[in-house]
Design a protein around this ligand. Structure first.
Ligand code: GLP
Length: 251
């Protein structure tokens, strides 16, 4: 099956569409193993999932989650960590069991062991059924920077200057953005039974076109998703604006 591309009028409706896809999977499979992402793009997705929980009774009590990545050197209670982001934007507002919500530990004394442990935990939970993804300006998924091997697993990744600059707004200065992160690998992500990538805004248009229509290359990590048998890309009109092939589903 080729990549399915869904274009929505704006960022809000695109995020709603993604939340709807998650809601459908969770309703069909209450014990869903859900791969989650951080980043500004995801904030309206989590807002919508919280609304669905409160208003429609969407139940997260049996769901287990695995986040893609975490900075190295930031504690879980550090407001700039992805642990904190997830609690603030999602976990604290739904009925997920906190011990079922996993992120890599960026403070682990043995980082290699932590990476192996994370992979084992995913496997012990039956693997990821639904992986939510954003995209970085250089095409990273998770924190898989350019040249990440297709078969890479959860590991320590050096962050590129572009990525650190992109994420600098959450830090007092560029110097304080961590140099490294733990991220699921491209191989880990490709093993998810379904991948759903959300990108919104004009700033993502060029990289989205490369990811979807460009040649498969490790220079743009997200092109690996072209290999995935069940991948949906949800875009707003702005993020879709550089696609050459306009024959996509507009809902
Ligand atoms: C971050 C995360 C990615 C995320 C991307 C885009 O660095 N590691 O998982 O998809 O950058 O972030 P944003 O949604 O803020 O543009």
């Amino acid at each position: 099956m080729a990549m399915e591309i869904i274009v929505q009028p704006d960022a809000r409706t695109a995020a709603r569409k993604v939340a709807e896809l998650i809601g459908q999977s969770l309703a069909a499979q209450p014990g869903l193993v859900l791969g989650l992402a951080s980043g500004r793009t995801m904030e309206p997705v989590y807002e919508e999932l919280i609304r669905m929980h409160r208003q429609d009774g969407l139940d997260f009590s049996r769901c287990r989650t695995f986040n893609l990545d975490e900075y190295i050197g930031l504690a879980a209670d550090d407001p700039r960590s992805f642990h904190y982001f997830m609690r603030r934007h999602f976990f604290d507002h739904v009925n997920i069991v906190s011990s079922h919500a996993h992120l890599p530990d960026g403070m682990a004394s043995d980082l290699e062991a932590e990476c192996r442990h994370y992979e084992k935990l995913i496997a012990a939970n039956g693997g990821i059924a639904f992986q939510l993804l954003g995209i970085g300006l250089n095409g990273h998924i998770g924190f898989n920077e350019p040249e990440s091997p297709l078969d890479s697993r959860t590991r320590v990744q050096e962050l590129s200057p572009l990525t650190r600059a992109q994420n600098a707004s959450s830090f007092p200065s560029l110097e304080e953005v961590p140099q490294q992160a733990i991220t699921m690998g491209i191989g880990t992500i490709l093993e998810a039974r379904r991948c759903v990538l959300l990108a919104t805004g004009l700033g993502k248009a060029k990289i989205v076109a490369k990811a979807i229509e460009g040649p498969l290359t490790t220079t743009v990590a997200a092109t690996a998703l072209q290999l995935h048998p069940n991948c949906t890309v949800v875009l707003d009109e702005a993020a879709a604006s550089a696609l050459k092939n306009k024959i996509v589903a507009r809902e």
